[in-house]
Design a protein around this ligand. Structure first.
Ligand code: IMP
Length: 180
């Protein structure tokens, strides 16, 4: 059974739901009178984005980007490749990036740089998880679900080697399964 791989559940579906509602309330307040374009970063954002947009009351549209990192966590270079870009220009629009995890900040730093060059009216970041201990590049996280320490987590869209995304909670895997 896949559940045998779990060491500990950190965030239950109920806790995730409550936190997403809280973030959505903040966004609803701060963007009142404006319309938003949410840019989800695939694939990790899938559950978070789906729950977040259903709790938002401001007019909105969504789009997605998919990014691949060259190099692996220990030797991250900040060089990323765009696998899927936005469908339309974002000039003069209010953009909210929806990320799963901000770790070193290199992916987000790169994304912010290229999106800023496209002259949006505003550009902010909403991340489900923030791991400030690993930060290499200073990046703004305007809305944050939870702060995490050094643990590598899966579920609620997050994967380890493309597995475990479908868990409705966020958990840590056993060391023999995931040594990260
Ligand atoms: P960074 O901020 O450029 O180091 O990379 C962040 C990306 O690393 C995230 O978008 C995730 O895809 C991945 N990542 C970092 N920590 C975790 C984790 O605990 N579980 C799953 N993916 C993670």
């Amino acid at each position: 059974m896949i559940s045998d791989d779990i060491e500990e559940i950190l965030f239950t579906p109920e806790r995730l739901k409550t936190r997403v509602q809280e973030i959505a309330s903040e966004i609803n307040e701060e963007y009142e009178g404006k319309s938003l374009l949410l840019v989800g970063i695939l694939k990790g954002c899938m559950y978070f984005m789906a729950d977040l947009i259903r709790a938002l009351k401001v007019p909105l549209a969504i789009d997605f980007m998919s990014i691949s990192n060259y190099g692996f966590s220990t030797q991250k270079t900040g060089v990323v490749r765009i696998l899927k870009d936005l469908e339309k220009p974002i000039e003069n629009q209010h953009i909210l990036i929806v990320e799963d995890v901000v770790d070193t900040g290199l992916t987000l730093g790169y994304l912010l740089k290229i999106l800023k060059e496209r002259s949006p009216a505003s550009l902010r970041v909403c991340a489900l998880l923030d791991k400030p201990v690993y930060r290499i590049m200073r990046v703004p996280v305007d809305y944050r679900g939870f702060e995490l320490d050094r643990r590598f987590v899966v579920g609620y869209g997050l994967d380890y080697q493309e597995r475990y995304r479908h868990f409705p909670f966020i958990c840590v895997l056993k060391k023999e399964i995931c040594p990260l």
